[in-house]
Design a binder for this molecule. Structure first.
Ligand SMILES: Cc1cc2nc3c(=O)[nH]c(=O)nc-3n(C[C@H](O)[C@H](O)[C@H](O)COP(=O)(O)O)c2cc1C
Length: 206
């Protein structure tokens, strides 16, 4: 089983990465294969609502969004990490997640997932809230930890001193491994997937 950990920071080896490494170690300790994927240091654009992905399953813009879409069939769980920018995920990560979920939500359904954030000081819960909405919307079982999934720091060395933040990350990794093992055991013993209803679209409330 494999978990893809997506680093939405422009810093390839910064604070978000340091938090993801702690999750990764806990996953690997429990026999789960991992990959940390960096969305890149250049700005990642947002969705232009062209509908092209509805026809091809890929975004019309060839960048790291499509690289992740190609990896999804081999991935059993996902962790999305972002630094806090003005109490939100950074603009690139928002653009990345808008386009990934619009193009490939169906390929992520029923895969356990979580979000993590890093901040110098504040805005973490608002940032987590924004990121969690993608998972809630996509039938992705949400993996918990012992507190909200945040670390604090301006540089990786700060994060390494955030003992509570690191514990939250490790616990997230242990819990993700456990959920993946439970889901596999369920599948092997014949537990059926949940019933799926035809999607109802009510664009306004009368
Ligand atoms: C444009 C910008 C906005 C930021 N806004 C916030 C903020 O609202 N709250 C905060 O605590 N830190 C803020 N920060 C600091 C980063 O969130 C923090 O340093 C983070 O740990 C960096 O993670 P990284 O090394 O993975 O990029 C901001 C940084 C930048 C560049």
């Amino acid at each position: 089983m494999k978990v893809l950990l997506i680093n939405g920071s422009p810093h390839k080896n910064g604070c978000t990465y340091t938090a993801l490494c702690e999750v990764e170690k806990a996953l690997q300790e429990n026999g789960i294969e991992t990959e940390i994927f960096h969305i890149g240091s250049r700005p990642v654009g947002g969705c232009v609502a062209c509908g092209g992905c509805g026809k091809t399953g890929q975004c019309i813009y060839q960048d790291t969004v499509n690289e992740v879409i190609e990896k999804l069939p081999q991935v059993d769980g996902l962790i999305f990490g972002s630094p806090v920018y003005y109490a939100s995920p950074n603009g690139s990560m928002l653009g990345f997640m808008d386009r990934l979920f619009y193009a490939a939500k169906a390929k992520m359904e029923y895969k356990p997932a979580a979000v993590v954030t890093s901040a110098r000081r504040a805005g973490t819960t608002a940032c987590l809230d924004a990121m969690m909405k993608y998972l809630n919307f996509s039938n992705m079982p949400i993996v918990p930890s012992v507190y909200w999934n945040m670390v604090h720091g301006s540089k990786p060395e700060d994060v390494l001193k955030d003992a509570e933040g690191l514990q939250i990350m490790r616990t997230l990794g242990y819990n993700m491994a456990w959920m993946l093992q439970c889901l596999m055991a369920g599948r092997e013993s014949g537990v059926p997937m949940p019933k799926r209803e035809e999607r109802v679209w009510t664009n306004f409330i009368q």
